[in-house]
Design a binder for this molecule. Structure first.
Ligand SMILES: C[S@@+](CC[C@H](N)C(=O)[O-])C[C@H]1O[C@@H](n2cnc3c(N)ncnc32)[C@H](O)[C@@H]1O
Length: 272
């Protein structure tokens, strides 16, 4: 079982949905545009989490289209199903789907998307060729991944604080895995190697904002991904590392007390 399937992950993911969707908005728009999402389309959403992108897609494809929202974590899928029901969408289906396994009988899609999921998939070339196999000819798959750590200080700072004190284990914590696809040229090659054509990779800059410093610092203790990383350190080093991370974060406090971290994503897309 990975951290994604832990009991509190879906609850925490739901809690920070508004902030996440605000931060990811520009990249999400590019992902939908690159996937060619349009009214009436049948769209597969992989690694949907609590279903944020599935609901946005449901709105775009309308009642004549369909969204199949999938994730390997049953608690995430269940939260996505509840969100779709509560939002009144009748064009969203949900299913547990692990991209590291055969996709099963899911039918044919006009488009597929995956926001911040591909980095966690064990055999990505195999998963990509399976995804290509469920798209209609020329159907597009578009995904968002994180660019290099140095462009993402909110994560680079805690990862550096832990790396300084301890060698990363194998497999690394999920937060470190999140940066495993940050080379645009490697990503392009992986998509092409899986048989995708017309592959494009765009860099999309975002901002991660917090109303106050305490809100940024709280993430280290509240979000399981950061807790997992910091749990690699023994008690005495743990508090020392947290103090160092908070010190690093202070550079991003603005004059009005709000906090803004630059973030960079890669939006990758290809045609089946
Ligand atoms: C960073 S979250 C992103 C969730 C959602 N796409 C969003 O943007 O809010 C990563 C998601 O990928 C899912 N995931 C991780 N590995 C997966 C795999 N092998 N197959 C399918 N989903 C996976 C996790 O359960 C988690 O919900």
């Amino acid at each position: 079982m990975t951290g994604w399937q832990s009991a509190d992950m879906a609850d925490v993911w739901l809690k920070v949905a508004v902030q996440r969707n605000r931060m990811m908005a520009t990249a999400t728009e590019r992902m939908f545009a690159q996937a060619g999402v349009r009214e009436g389309a049948r769209v597969l959403d992989v690694g949907t989490g609590t279903g944020d992108t599935a609901l946005m897609l449901a709105h775009r494809v309308g009642p004549t289209g369909e969204v199949v929202a999938t994730d390997m974590a049953p608690a995430m899928v269940s939260a996505a199903a509840t969100a779709a029901r509560e939002s009144g969408f009748t064009n969203v289906k949900t299913a547990v789907m692990d991209l590291s396994s055969p996709l099963g009988d899911v039918g044919v899609f006009d488009a597929a998307v995956g926001r911040c999921v591909l980095m966690f998939v064990e055999d990505l070339p195999l998963a990509l060729s399976r995804l290509r196999g469920v798209l209609r000819p020329a159907g597009r798959f578009a995904a968002i991944v994180w660019a290099e750590l140095e462009d993402n200080p909110f994560n680079a700072i805690p990862i550096a604080a832990v790396r300084k004190r301890r060698e990363m284990p194998t497999p690394p914590p999920e937060l470190v895995k999140a940066f495993s696809l940050s080379s645009a040229s490697d990503l392009q090659r992986t998509f092409e190697g899986a048989g995708f054509g017309s592959v494009v990779v765009e860099r999309v800059a975002l901002t991660r904002e917090f109303p106050a410093f305490a809100d940024a610092a709280k993430v280290l203790h509240e979000i399981p991904l950061y807790r997992e990383l910091l749990s690699l350190l023994p008690e005495e080093e743990h508090s020392e590392a947290v103090a160092e991370i908070e010190q690093g974060y202070r550079a991003f406090v603005r004059a009005d007390g709000t906090v803004a971290f630059p973030q960079v994503t890669l939006v990758v897309a290809g045609s089946a």
